[in-house]
Design a protein around this ligand. Structure first.
Ligand code: DCM
Ligand code: DCM
Ligand code: DCM
Ligand code: ZN
Ligand code: ZN
Length: 272
């Protein structure tokens, strides 16, 4: 995701975490009494991945499912997770680092920033797909200008959905998060939000993340490449395609925020 979706997911999570979870992560992140303690670290993992020291973390943002959309979508850990790792194993690895009493606090804080970011990324369908490096190599049009498909799913669709955002989109993200929080609590997602936590098992962290990756990957067949990867090349996506994709992005951002809250609650409970 781009910054706007990551920050929105973090704000949704802050709306749902238990008070003791908030206190635990505010303290770990040296943000005591700050309401933006999760939102302000949500994009940090993207800011370090292009540095020399952070280069090794690049593969942790995605899993390259070698499936065959639109006829077959699937994620297989043994087939798709690189030897260096992937988003599924990164969630487990950094979750355990937060809870490792042998680790210095600054590294445990860094691990927390990775978890906040990667629980977001695993919900972006193209972060669960191999084709053209998750759509980065597929040229499309957005309002008559050249983009790659990955960027359209990371940023363009969500930003159009809310009517545009600023370069530092904290205010717009907080507003969208408030709207999605209402939908989860009492609106159109209220009936299904508890089911979003089915399959969340702190004793099987890889299995939990794999469930999330498979759910995201299924949208690659239904909404990202409904006619296959070749058919989308050069297409203008800001019209009919956008109308079908935007609700997928809305529910994936809502799920990511709600699940991130549940995951952080489990971490804080395990630390207590
Ligand atoms: N930031 C912002 N508005 C907020 C919170 C953070 O513009 N409400 C920006 C300031 C920093 C970055 O995000 O460039 C990370 O914030 P921090 O270093 O305070 O965590
Ligand atoms: N950050 C940190 N340690 C660093 C660099 C940044 O903890 N060495 C944190 C501060 C912000 C977030 O990462 O919460 C984003 O950094 P920036 O303000 O540089 O955008
Ligand atoms: N990405 C992905 N799958 C890949 C490669 C990259 O989902 N196989 C994502 C990570 C970034 C974006 O695409 O969000 C751009 O990555 P990069 O700058 O590494 O090309
Ligand atoms: Zn991306
Ligand atoms: Zn990322």
């Amino acid at each position: 995701w781009g910054g706007f979706a990551h920050i929105t997911i973090a704000y949704i999570a802050s709306n749902f975490v238990q008070p003791q979870t908030q206190a635990y992560f505010q303290h770990l992140l040296r943000s005591d009494d700050k309401p933006d303690y999760l939102a302000s670290v949500a994009t940090w993992a993207d800011s370090i991945r292009y540095t020399k020291w952070g280069h090794y973390t690049g593969v942790y943002h995605f899993i390259d499912a070698k499936d065959d959309p639109p006829s077959t979508c699937s994620v297989d850990l043994a087939r798709d997770c690189k030897a260096e790792g992937c988003v599924v194993t990164a969630i487990q690895n950094y979750t355990s680092q937060i809870l490792d009493p042998e680790m210095p606090a600054w590294l445990r804080a860094q691990a927390a920033k990775f978890v906040v970011h990667f629980v977001g990324d695993i919900h972006q369908p193209l972060h669960d797909e191999d084709v053209a490096r998750g759509g980065n190599g597929i040229h499309v049009q957005w309002h008559g200008r050249d983009y790659n498909l990955h960027h359209v799913w990371d940023s363009s669709i969500a930003e159009q959905w809310v009517g545009g955002v600023h370069r530092k989109p904290y205010a717009e993200a907080e507003k969208w998060a408030a709207e999605l929080t209402n939908m989860i609590e009492s609106g159109k997602f209220a009936n299904e939000s508890e089911a979003w936590l089915e399959g969340v098992d702190f004793e099987d962290q890889v299995g939990t993340a794999l469930t999330w990756a498979r759910e995201g990957n299924a949208y690659v067949c239904s909404h990202v490449f409904p006619e296959g990867p070749k058919a989308i090349v050069g297409q203008e996506l800001s019209g009919e395609y956008y109308e079908k994709a935007a609700p997928v992005i809305e529910i994936q951002v809502a799920r990511a925020g709600y699940r991130l809250a549940a995951w952080l609650d489990l971490i804080a409970a395990a630390a207590a």
